[in-house]
Ligand binder design. Structure first.
Ligand code: SAH
Ligand code: SF4
Ligand code: F3S
Length: 463
């Protein structure tokens, strides 16, 4: 019988997409996805290393998975992702229950690693590959097109050369490399031909796309172009209704990209702008290469180009040397820009990075207090924004059933979650677009009433 696999994913969208890429390869190799881990013969852990807690999750998972493995002879465990890239064969040595390990550049080798594991050869593939070979993957298998109806991720660049002092990503994802625009456009067209209408472009610093080629005068040879031009070419694909990108780095918001937000119809009015801190002193120690005022200027330029645009962010509290006044600067920045949402984290020391060598570590209790204060401010800003949307009509791309199971849930162009009341009557399904009237604001989402299709034309033409 064909091998049935299951994959657990931690971390960011790049990891979610890597899981899709691995699942795709396994389907092409004749394997099937298992409905549940209990039915699987092969379990892959796609790991994240961004904070210590994420890394530790792997070790605790591996502990409990000994029992899963012992339940049935022949079961296999593979470990991939950022912890695998970082730890390599240490994982095989420390954990006899692991059968193979693959790094972030070695997805293509997973089917061969599985064959070897079945033959009793435990192997590790974590070599950093600096060529474009790793993007040379088979087209999306039909078995996978139904997992995210209407939506897909598309990698445009990978790796990170920024080396922020707190961050492990340059060590787990390697050097920046951008794919030729033609390959990206071909992949986008293929997705759209197969029913995708929303594409999210991915890269660790996605708007740095092609920057090294441009600086060296190699763009033509490499087939790359400035990021905003790539966006314009994607926008021209008929049938692609929504275009998003994540995560950008603030220093790569040039005029062209800002203008694109006002000009490209499919480009969604949402930018995730990771700030990390509002204190110039801390931003400098983080090696972020911008100031709080520069962030304010980017946010207002974006809104100048597209007034309904929403800005969200990532923030770190408790970075070494962060004093009360630095944290106050962060609160002020959050308030000034009016982030509609944020992911906030307590600083976590990562091996091989610069920040752990800095003086004046912040006490854990203090960091916790700051986190709570920041999150309280964010809750106020989020709900205020949600309230401002009540009464508006929004276009929702339906994603699936909401957690409670009686509502359909989707996203509006600003990437806000919209739960739809009585979706059955409207005959809606995941992957469909609908207009809805926002009738209620909640802390995490909007509640919408689907508008009957009879109203649709009217609304669309008045927009
Ligand atoms: N490339 C993106 C960030 C990717 S990592 C950027 O440049 O902004 C995702 C988020 O994890 C970061 O934005 C940061 O807020 C958080 N993060 C990264 N390293 C961290 C660390 N050592 N401790 C706490 N949070 C961290
Ligand atoms: Fe990490 Fe900085 Fe690169 Fe973002 S830009 S992935 S925070 S090193
Ligand atoms: Fe984690 Fe690696 Fe993404 S460390 S956040 S999975 S790039």
């Amino acid at each position: 019988m064909a091998t049935r696999f299951s994959i657990r994913t931690s971390g960011c969208q790049m990891n979610v997409h890597d899981t899709e890429k691995v699942a795709n390869l396994l389907h092409h190799a004749g394997m099937n996805g298992a409905a549940e881990e209990a039915d699987a013969d092969l379990l892959i852990l796609n790991t994240c290393s961004i904070r210590e807690k994420a890394e530790h999750r792997l070790y605790s998972d591996l502990g409990t998975l000994r029992a899963w493995k012992a339940e049935r002879a022949g079961r296999l465990i593979g470990v991939g992702g950022c912890v695998a890239q970082q730890e390599g064969d240490t994982i095989l040595r420390r954990f006899p229950q692991v059968d193979f390990v693959f790094g972030t550049h070695n997805l293509r080798h997973v089917p061969a690693l599985i064959d070897d594991a079945k033959a009793g050869r435990r192997r590790v593939e974590t070599e950093e590959n600096r060529s474009l070979e790793r993007f040379d993957l088979p087209e999306r298998h039909p078995a996978l097109s139904h997992t995210t109806p209407g939506r897909a991720f598309l990698t445009v660049m990978e790796g990170c050369d920024m080396f922020c002092s707190f961050c492990i990503v340059p060590r787990t994802r390697g050097r920046e490399i951008s794919r030729p625009a033609q390959a990206i456009l071909d992949e986008a067209r293929h997705l759209v031909e197969h029913g995708v209408c929303e594409i999210t472009l991915l890269g660790q610093t996605v708007n740095a796309y092609g920057r090294h080629d441009l600086r060296r005068g190699h763009s033509a040879r490499a087939g790359t172009m400035p990021f905003h031009q790539l966006l314009a070419q994607l926008d021209a694909i008929p049938g692609l209704r929504r275009l998003r990108y994540t995560s950008p780095h603030p220093i790569f918001f040039d005029e062209g990209l800002i203008r694109a937000h006002g000009e490209l119809e499919s480009l969604c009015p949402h930018v995730h702008l990771p700030a990390q801190s509002g204190s110039d002193r801390i931003l400098d120690a983080m090696r972020r290469r911008y100031t709080g005022d520069e962030l304010r200027a980017i946010a207002s330029a974006l809104r100048g180009a597209r007034p309904d645009l929403v800005v969200t962010t990532d923030l770190i509290v408790g970075f070494p040397g962060e004093r009360d006044e630095d944290f106050a600067d962060t609160l002020r920045l959050v308030q000034d820009i009016g982030f509609v949402d944020s992911y906030s984290f307590k600083y976590s020391a990562r091996p091989g990075t610069r920040a752990p060598t800095l003086e004046d570590a912040v006490a854990p209790d203090r960091a916790q207090e700051r986190l709570e204060a920041l999150q309280a401010l964010q809750r106020d800003l989020t709900i205020a924004y949600h309230r401002s949307r009540v009464g508006q009509d929004v276009e929702v791309l339906v994603e699936g059933w909401s957690r409670r199971g009686h509502q359909l849930s989707g996203r509006d162009p600003q990437h806000r979650i919209v739960n739809l009341e009585a979706p059955g009557e409207a005959g809606l399904e995941p992957g469909a677009f609908t207009w809805a009237r926002v009738v209620e604001a909640t802390p995490h989402s909007l509640l919408g009433e689907p508008l009957p299709p009879a109203n649709l034309l009217g609304i669309a033409s008045f927009r």
